[in-house]
Design a protein around this ligand. Structure first.
Ligand SMILES: [Zn+2]
Length: 269
């Protein structure tokens, strides 16, 4: 049995305002930040945690986020750099269904899709102020239709498959040493992921429960949230988990930390 490996797949960058990144704190002004996917090669299969954004979708729906993404930063391009094809991915895990975390799902047609039950529900039935976050449902035409009220739904752009969903609730060890921890607040059914590895400390991927080290240091959440009080509790939970498991925190959108992370084709093991 081979040891687990973790690859970080660079997915390009987006821009938001500083007041969105640091709610009610700022400072304001453009903040360009990275997006990435986490590929886990595990004895039980190949998993991918989040899939970044789709460039065309962002240009169409929220161009003010000024996406910068090369072909190598799309899911097929990033997988090719480590000698893999989209069909090699067995499981997609989505921390949540914001557009910048599920944009590459549509390529992973052989995978079973795992997410929190509440998150799947939120895709088609969310609060009005979450509409931009949940704007890319291209990977799941049935959900897009449910959201649009069945008959008004636009046809999906791709010759699309219908994904197999498996929903979860509570904390779960989905494979040996591969943990999902509930961290709600940013969205209804948000999961963070921890991977235990042979040769180093566990890696704890916050996803959007905490954008950056600076957010954590300030205990300052982003302005995109369903429930700010729950968001803060989840940040504290991540701190506590990191301490309990001696895990290293990897943030979802941290321009500073991302520079230090090992990106694919390099990997952690
Ligand atoms: Zn998000």
């Amino acid at each position: 049995m081979s040891d687990t490996k973790v690859y970080l797949l660079d997915g390009g960058t987006l821009v938001i305002d500083g007041f969105h990144a640091f709610w009610n704190r700022g400072p304001g002004g453009e903040l360009r930040f990275p997006c990435y996917a986490v590929l886990v090669e595990h004895a039980d299969g190949t998993y991918i945690f989040d899939t970044g954004y789709d460039h065309d979708h962002v240009m169409k729906v929220l161009p003010f986020e000024k996406p910068l993404q090369t072909p190598e930063q799309t899911i097929p391009g990033a997988l090719a750099r480590i000698g893999k094809k989209p069909q090699d991915v067995d499981y997609v895990i989505n921390s949540h269904y914001h557009f910048d975390h599920c944009g590459g799902n549509k390529y992973l047609t052989e995978a079973c899709t795992l997410c929190h039950a509440k998150e799947l529900e939120a895709c088609s039935c969310h609060q009005p102020f979450e509409h931009l976050g949940y704007s890319d449902l291209s990977f799941a035409p049935d959900l897009a239709k449910a959201k649009a009220g069945a008959k008004d739904a636009a046809e999906p752009a791709l010759d699309i498959y219908t994904p197999k969903f498996e929903t979860l609730t509570g904390d779960q060890e989905i494979a040996k040493g591969l943990w999902l921890f509930e961290t709600p607040g940013h969205t209804a059914g948000h999961y963070s992921m921890m991977v235990e590895l042979k040769n180093r400390r566990p890696m704890l991927f916050t996803a959007d429960a905490c954008y950056s080290q600076k957010n954590m240091d300030m205990m300052c959440i982003s302005s995109f949230h369903l429930d700010p009080t729950a968001s803060l509790k989840s940040m504290q939970r991540l701190k506590d988990l990191a301490e309990k498991y001696d895990a290293e925190l990897f943030y979802s959108h941290d321009p500073e930390s991302f520079g230090d992370y090992i990106k694919a084709p390099g990997f952690y093991s």
